[in-house]
Design a protein around this ligand. Structure first.
Ligand code: ASP
Length: 344
């Protein structure tokens, strides 16, 4: 129809005097048509499936959170949000893929604290976490637990520390790669007890958990979204939580702090991101959907049953996530520099 209008417009005009006016009107019409199409696109968003990249293996903590979120976001957005597991390099492969994706709101990333540690851990990070994303908002905070295979002899943290110090050469700790929360927590723990142990990376803590239950690895520090059920069913041994208070769903598990590891607090915060340049109208739509999702009773319960806490709506905003990421990049830079760990 717009093309027809342009043809009529051109046909209507004759003579050289009208030429300038004709060109101006023609271009004005084209520009206007472009704007109409663009704004209609953003307003109608989403019109098709949205991909949500998860930087770790299926069945693990980030995947569990992402699948719960995808379900409520799908209902809110009236389009399917599909979780895609893109594991590797501690979460940076998935992040890089979303950075490079078309900024149209159909490629999103859910990731955790690892986005804040990556700039300090990776010398050659191919993207800038602080510049290459549009922020959607925070999703949840998840505490961690220090666990072991059931056959590991120590029965409490004091015994465990003594045992590690004596047997460190033959012990190992599984994690989800450099930059994963499990790696960070393991690193903080071993540096705190001033004893090095071999670490074994997996694509996520879901496969690492399988290895731990099977006795292939000895220890792991992992989020409660992955550990609550194995702890409850006695499939793994637990030495403590990384919280200041005991976790409601694991009341029998003491905190590491109450057993003497003062200030050993690690909470894994998660956020949703879109590629830089995603239109503001699309981001606003996602933020509205995220805010409704974090108030969804079933989603909140599903997570709290696993020891996690879905954020309040004021945190499910771009401004709150931006502030959090900036603060955490700075915080972990100092800690990682002191620990002296890098990847190329
Ligand atoms: N969040 C990771 C996962 O889903 C584990 C980690 O960061 O330690 O496997």
């Amino acid at each position: 129809m717009l093309q027809d209008e342009a043809t009529i417009l051109l046909a209507e005009l004759d003579g050289s005097k009208k030429e300038t006016m004709m060109k101006m009107r023609f271009w004005a019409l084209l520009v206007a048509s472009g704007l109409v199409i663009f704004s209609a696109g953003a307003q109608d968003y989403p019109t098709r499936q949205i991909d949500l990249a998860v930087p770790f293996a299926a069945g693990g903590p980030t995947d569990t959170l992402a699948r719960g979120l995808a379900q409520v976001m799908s209902a809110q957005l009236k389009q399917t949000v599909v979780v895609e597991n893109v594991p590797g390099a501690g979460g940076t492969i998935a992040a890089n893929r979303v950075v490079k994706a078309k900024p149209d709101g159909y490629s999103l990333l859910i990731t955790h604290i690892g986005l804040a540690t990556a700039p300090s851990l990776y010398r050659k990070l191919p993207f800038n976490p602080l510049k290459d994303f549009e922020y959607v908002g925070q999703v949840a905070d998840v505490p961690m637990t220090l666990i072991a295979k059931t056959s590991l002899p120590p029965d409490n943290l004091t015994q465990l520390i003594a045992y590690i110090k004596k047997n460190n050469a033959k012990l190992n700790l599984g994690h989800a790669g450099l930059g994963a929360a499990s790696q960070l927590c393991g690193l903080l723990f071993t540096s705190r007890i001033q004893t090095e142990i071999t670490t074994i990376p997996y694509n996520g803590t879901a496969p690492a958990m399988t290895a731990l239950i099977g006795g292939e690895i000895d220890l792991m520090c992992d989020q409660t979204t992955n550990t609550t059920n194995p702890i409850r069913s006695g499939m793994v041994k637990v030495y403590g939580t990384t919280t200041s208070k005991r976790i409601a769903v694991l009341p029998m598990v003491p905190t590491l702090a109450e057993q003497g590891l003062k200030d050993f607090e690690v909470a894994v915060w998660h956020g949703v991101y879109a590629p830089k340049g995603t239109p503001p109208a699309v981001i606003n739509r996602l933020v509205t959907a995220l805010q409704a999702s974090v108030q969804d009773k079933q989603f909140k319960k599903r997570l709290s049953d696993l020891g996690a806490e879905v954020v309040t709506p004021d945190k499910a905003t771009p401004a709150s996530l931006e502030k959090k990421l900036n603060a955490e990049v700075e915080k972990w830079a100092a800690i990682i520099k002191k620990a002296g760990v890098y990847a190329d």
